[in-house]
Design a protein around this ligand. Structure first.
Ligand SMILES: Nc1ncnc2c1ncn2[C@@H]1O[C@H](COP(=O)(O)OP(=O)(O)OP(=O)(O)O)[C@@H](O)[C@H]1O
Ligand SMILES: [Mg+2]
Length: 228
């Protein structure tokens, strides 16, 4: 399988007063297309920092990140925004759907930002909602649907541009156990159907187990965990 993301000697520290906190200390990582990776680690160990840097939302102090062969560490911000739109999907613990747009419009938004005609974008969005089992919710507004449905809509929006990687930070953290399980099953189905690559940050051991590759972030280092 081809390497889709390559992280080389990545470093990130935060300063507070005189103290320096080394959050990421010379991290190397290769992600292949279709990989399902989980990242665990104590609170404050730098999981979100790492995910945000991979997602080009934050810049490292040193090191390189290649996404689909492109060095994003030295890309100017105006190019990065477009790169992010076309190559990276995000799913966070709390949904960030736009309240004044319907679910159908929310899912279509990344396509419209890319310049696709509205009627065409909405048609693609409806196909996506259909795939997600939500075709009857397209005309509703975010405030009118359940937490699990909102998270599925967010997943649809993250997938609509066929990103190289879907980055998820505690995607089920705000859901009850059963709804969370269903979101995870959906991730697995998407991985299988679309050969989609996933990188999932979680505190939950059970959730981490659905990933095929498990990493632990501890003291600035990335450790691969053997499968139990
Ligand atoms: N902008 C910032 N300025 C200073 N310190 C920061 C900043 N962002 C994060 N940190 C610190 O860096 C460390 C890593 O934070 P991060 O949010 O990546 O942890 P995390 O592993 O995601 O934790 P959690 O599991 O609680 O979400 C923490 O100690 C945090 O306080
Ligand atoms: Mg975090």
């Amino acid at each position: 399988m081809k390497t889709i993301i390559e992280v080389k000697q990545l470093c990130k520290s935060y300063r507070s007063g005189a103290a320096v906190l080394k959050v990421l200390d010379h991290i190397d990582l290769k992600i292949r297309q279709g990989d399902f990776i989980s990242l665990m680690g104590p609170s404050g160990s730098g999981k979100s920092t790492f995910l945000n840097i991979i997602g080009t939302m934050d810049a490292p102090d040193a090191g390189e990140i290649l996404i689909a062969g492109k060095d994003v560490t030295h890309m100017p911000e105006n190019q990065l925004a477009e790169f992010r739109l076309n190559h990276i999907g995000f799913v966070f613990q709390f949904h960030y759907l736009l309240p004044e747009f319907s679910i159908e419009e929310n899912v279509a938004m990344p396509l419209m930002i890319r310049g696709m005609q509205k009627h065409q974008a909405l048609e693609r969005s409806r196909e996506m909602l259909d795939y997600l089992g939500m075709s009857d919710r397209g005309h509703h507004f975010p405030a009118e649907i359940s937490g699990g449905e909102k998270q599925r809509a967010v997943i649809g929006r993250a997938l609509i541009n066929a990103p190289d990687i879907l980055l998820a930070d505690e995607p089920t953290g705000n859901l009850d156990q059963e709804t969370g399980e269903r979101v995870l099953e959906l991730f697995k189905k998407i991985q299988k159907d679309m050969n989609q690559t996933f990188f999932l940050v979680t505190h939950n051991e059970r959730i981490a187990r659905i990933a095929e590759i498990n990493y632990l972030l501890d003291n600035g280092s990335l450790i691969i965990k053997a499968k139990a």
